[in-house]
Design a protein around this ligand. Structure first.
Ligand code: NAP
Length: 259
């Protein structure tokens, strides 16, 4: 059995979840990988990984998956509540069924992922919850109406969880990327931005976004989550890594201007 602790990741079958799964696997951690597309999880071919076909809307299935993984690898050290979808569009024309799907997966699914590990972490006085939000959880966009709502929800519950869990020595980290090249067709946030970056923007702006993407690379996020540095406990927030600009605003420093 690997000597490193168990990492659970929802939405590990593609995109950011897949990249984070690979990063933790390279670092020698056993994994619990959850998604609906089992074939995609199997195709990753990662060692010491329990692969579970489950929908994050199914609270009982998540709890069962965590139970099975813990029996095999020991307690979950980190839950990355990453599974999510973005159905963007004009709110007046968007089918309400798309709202339902986003709300159920992005908000209730995230809470179900937390629920599956919460009492264990509190009991052990140890663990990390990594909550996948988005820049759309801090800032609104007109064609992201419900998606923004779901990601603001993730921010709000994470802030509350952080306060609640600090005395229990359980960390809460919120990740808030902007557009990311890992996004698939189902999670299309920022595809237009990405196209713009490739085609229309100046070299300086491209370099700026390239730097931002490097800062929010899954390797850096996983390193931040795995770190036990005292300063990183309870109040660690990789969004700080992502959004230097908001840190400047918070500290009342002038914004750095891009040329
Ligand atoms: N890409 C970006 O630019 C960006 C920016 C900010 C935030 N985010 C957030 O990052 C997260 C990952 O997005 P991504 O870009 O990596 O997208 P992605 O490639 O589409 O991955 C989404 C993952 O979530 C899983 N998933 C979706 N619905 C699920 C459900 N009901 N039950 C279980 N798993 C489910 C998918 O697996 P299955 O389909 O196999 O179930 C897939 O593994 C999302 O929460 C997204 O909102 C993305």
């Amino acid at each position: 059995m690997p000597d490193k602790p168990l990492i659970a990741i929802t939405g590990a079958s593609s995109g950011i979840g897949e990249a984070v799964a690979r990063a933790f696997s390279r670092a020698g951690h056993p994994l619990l990988l959850i998604a609906r597309r089992l074939d995609r999880l199997e195709a990753l071919g990662l060692p010491n990984a329990l692969l579970k076909k489950a929908d994050v809307r199914d609270r009982a299935a998540l709890a069962a998956a965590v139970g099975e993984a813990e029996a095999r690898f020991g307690p979950v050290d980190m839950m990355f509540a990453n599974a999510g979808i973005a159905r963007l569009g004009d709110i007046a024309r968007q089918a309400p069924e798309e709202w339902d799907e986003m709300i159920d997966i992005n908000t209730k699914g995230a809470m179900n992922s937390v629920h599956a590990v919460l009492s264990g972490m509190i009991g052990r006085k140890h663990g990390t919850l990594v909550m996948m939000s988005s820049i759309a959880g801090r800032k609104v966009y007109p064609d992201h109406t419900v998606y923004c709502g779901t990601k603001f929800f993730v921010h709000a519950v994470s802030e509350s969880l952080r306060e609640y869990l600090a005395p229990h020595d359980v960390r809460v980290i919120v990740v808030s990327p902007r557009h990311y090249r890992y996004g698939s067709a189902g999670s299309c946030e920022g595809r237009d931005d990405a196209r713009q970056l490739q085609g229309e923007q100046s070299g300086d702006r491209r370099r700026h976004f390239r730097r931002r993407r490097r800062r929010s690379h899954p390797r850096r996020l996983s390193a931040a989550a795995a770190s036990d540095r005292p300063g990183n406990r309870h109040h660690a927030d990789p969004t700080e890594i992502l959004t230097q600009r908001s840190r400047r605003r918070r500290d009342g420093r002038p914004e750095r201007r891009m040329e």
